[in-house]
Write a protein that binds this ligand. Structure first.
Ligand SMILES: Nc1ncnc2c1ncn2[C@@H]1O[C@H](COP(=O)(O)OP(=O)(O)OP(=O)(O)O)[C@@H](O)[C@H]1O
Ligand code: SF4
Ligand SMILES: [Mg+2]
Length: 385
């Protein structure tokens, strides 16, 4: 299977007044084309930070200390390291090639703009060339098909519009075009870009199964239910047909029926849009439903990676076993994991799970276990194997 993303040695620290928070330590992770990879683990284990590192959005006082994140933008070019490309380079990738859906939909939407304006804005920013092409086709059709008198009157304007749209197609983000498009008359002549963006917005909202997409484009976030809001956020994330979608606990704030609908929607969209998904959740049941492979995180590092069926049928790492035992089952008492997550300011040496592990040995307290492939595609970092 072709690789889409390869993370190696990702280490993130926060330099706080209390000390250095060792948030991510040597994270290695591969995500393949067209797969859904689940990242699971208890709260505070570093799931969101892994996602934010991919987009290079770690907030200060956090810092990516070392590592590489190679992303395969397309089949023609070599993969790029997202951690070393220019600021302009990563900005062009965010939103267009890699999008993120956050846990709280309201955090992603601006309360003072309509849903339509917010999604159109993303399309105008990242799909300008395509919008120019669509607008040019619309003007060419008018020039070719409009009869006599009206055509004679409007022709000079359409010809000017055509010239402008040709410029948009040739150099969609040129400085010259940005400057002249601020002139009132030119702005008016470029109105078709907005119009085309609006049409794409309506079609994307239809894709995420919003019943009356046209009406929704005129609504503000506070007018929507939680489920509709999350659908609108997913539509915004998918507006540029990204190759890679990061969904950070997108269903946690929704009730179970809506949760199921959103999961079904993501599954369908992944197949139709041929995208890959990094699905972050602390719910192993949800991961089993939607993911092809799963990575289990503990205290800033990955401890086990396997195909979803292998992981559930044959968990190897003591932490994975404890997590699975803690899932509530009908008629059974859930077994909670003893102890608590280590303080990231002073994580234990060696295997970070050793203070909670009943199988811990001397070596576990001294040296960090490395990830090893025990069966094809089944990796584990534990001295027991
Ligand atoms: N702004 C910050 N300042 C200091 N430490 C931080 C900051 N943000 C994150 N951390 C540290 O990084 C760790 C991992 O955070 P992260 O948000 O990735 O956890 P998570 O696995 O997504 O948890 P949750 O399931 O609760 O969302 C936290 O436990 C915290 O110690
Ligand atoms: S390395 Fe040692 S402490 Fe860590 S999970 Fe394995 S047995 Fe337990
Ligand atoms: Mg999180």
């Amino acid at each position: 299977m072709d690789e889409l993303l390869r993370i190696r040695g990702l280490t993130v620290r926060f330099y706080t007044y209390d000390g250095v928070v060792q948030a991510l330590e040597n994270v290695d992770l591969d995500i393949n084309q067209k797969e859904t990879f689940g990242l699971v683990g208890e709260t505070g284990c570093g799931k969101t930070l892994t996602a934010l590192s991919i987009l290079r959005l770690i907030p200060p006082p956090g810092r990516i200390e070392c590592g590489s994140i190679c992303f395969n933008i397309d089949d023609e070019n070599e993969p790029v390291d997202l951690l070393t490309i220019s600021e302009d380079g990563i900005r062009a990738i965010r939103g267009s090639k890699i999008s993120m859906v956050f846990q709280e939909p309201s955090a992603a939407l601006n309360p003072v703009y309509t849903i339509g304006d917010q999604i159109s804005e993303v399309i105008l920013l990242h799909r300008r060339q395509e919008l120019g092409q669509r607008a040019l086709e619309a003007v060419n059709a008018l020039l070719a098909e409009t009869p006599g008198f009206i055509s004679t009157l409007a022709r000079p304007i359409w010809l000017m519009e055509r010239k402008l749209y040709q410029q948009v197609i040739q150099a969609p983000s040129s400085l010259w075009l940005t400057i002249i498009s601020r002139i009132f008359l030119v702005k008016r002549l470029l109105w078709r870009l907005k119009d085309e963006a609006q049409k794409i917005t309506i079609s994307v909202l239809g894709e995420v199964e919003i019943p009356d997409p046209q009406r929704l484009t005129r609504q503000y976030p506070h007018q929507l239910s939680g489920g509709m809001e999350q659908r609108a956020v997913i539509a915004m994330a998918l507006a540029c047909s990204p190759k890679f979608l990061i969904a950070d606990e997108p269903t946690t704030s929704l009730d179970v029926t809506i949760q199921a609908q959103i999961l079904e929607l993501l599954n369908r969209l992944k197949v139709e849009w041929e995208s890959s998904i990094l699905y972050i959740t602390h719910d192993l049941g949800v991961a089993a439903e939607i993911c092809d492979r799963v990575g289990v995180m503990y205290a800033g590092s990955l401890c086990e990676i396997a195909k979803v069926d292998d992981l559930y049928a044959n968990p190897l790492h003591p932490y994975t076993k404890a997590l699975l035992a803690a899932v509530p089952k009908l008629g059974e008492e859930p077994h909670s994991i003893g102890g608590s997550v280590p303080d990231p300011l002073e994580p234990p040496p060696g295997c970070r799970f050793h203070p909670r592990c009943s199988s811990a040995m001397e070596k576990c307290r001294e040296q960090v276990p490395l990830m090893r492939e025990l069966a094809p595609g089944h990796f584990v970092a534990c001295y027991m194997y």
